[in-house]
Design a binder for this molecule. Sequence first.
Ligand SMILES: [Cu+2]
Length: 385
Amino acid sequence: MSYSRLVVLFGIATSIVILAISTILYSRSSLSEQNSSKLETFGGHTPGYPILTTTGDVIDPMNSVINPKNAVVDPMKYLREFNYGRVSTSPNGTVIRDFTLIASDQHTKEVSPGVFYNVWTFNGTIPGPTIRATEGDLVRITLINEGTKFHSIHFHGIHPAEMDGVFEGIAPGGKFTYEFTAEPFGLFLYHCHMQPLEEHIGHGLYGVYIVDPKQGRPPADEMVMLMNGYDTDFDSENNFYTVNGIPFYYMHHPIQIEKNRLIRIYLVNMLEFDPLNNFHLHANLFNFYKTGTKLIPDEYTDIVSMNQGERGILEFSYKYPGKYMFHAHKTEFAEKGWVGLFLVKDYKNESVNQSLNVTSIANNTSYSKNNFSNLTNIVPTGGYK
Ligand SMILES: [Cu+2]
């Protein structure tokens, strides 16, 4: 190869390299110009965690609040709402409690800010209403199927085979009354048991069923917490995790409780797809009554893990006012929505609340007076016709 040819080839190669470098530099600078106009930040809710930046649209459930009109449930209402049914007494003196549950599967509701999902519900909400009776009561639940698929209700607890809700599906437009004695006392759940079970449970057909002991439990500020998730892209993995139906809800709306008052949580794990879930309480410990079937606690701890369908009763009180987190100690679940706050208030010393800046948070939920002294206080099941 002649010297002149080498010079020409070298010249061409050099030009290509210069052209490539300038193209990269140009595209980078124009990209950063675009970025600077659209760059958004999100996250940073937990001190020490990075604040992420992106040029994409961000639906940040930490900083957006769900529109109550479209929401699949009102978590603050659900928290302390116990349904005792329509009460009557049989000639032999047995208390009869009648409930109505309406199954549907064709509605779309908001399960996280900006995320709409085809929800399958009992009485229009996920979770369905909490059903409560006392051991020995006769419980009658009429299921009306207003959906487009077969559904059923399978209650946990002791009852005859034909009341188990497994082999007999209720057809669309159909109706069936499940009838059994509430036994034993404890914390149970109910859910649809039609195949494919994963689909019927994954879409939201479940709720909590409490059977109180005859002698009752000590008075307390009682609440229900049901842990669930939503697989909104249908890959058999959850995209959102919640306690009481909406991710991060109790971060925006802390649950107000009173200093030194006994708190009792009926905690149920309905999470589909993931094998394990758990609950961790900050700056405190609780007595844990596994399945709620004994009056003596099984454990004194700050964390409890549960498989799907497992449940238990937690009892505790806070010594100091302030804000305290509770969440799944499985970090992924917490960061995808299963996290909330208790706001402990010192009602006898309002200046303490003010110094903690805890009075300004919007939460006018008054304490539930639900305890055993007012079992006759009937709350109808939502959606009852
Ligand atoms: Cu079903």
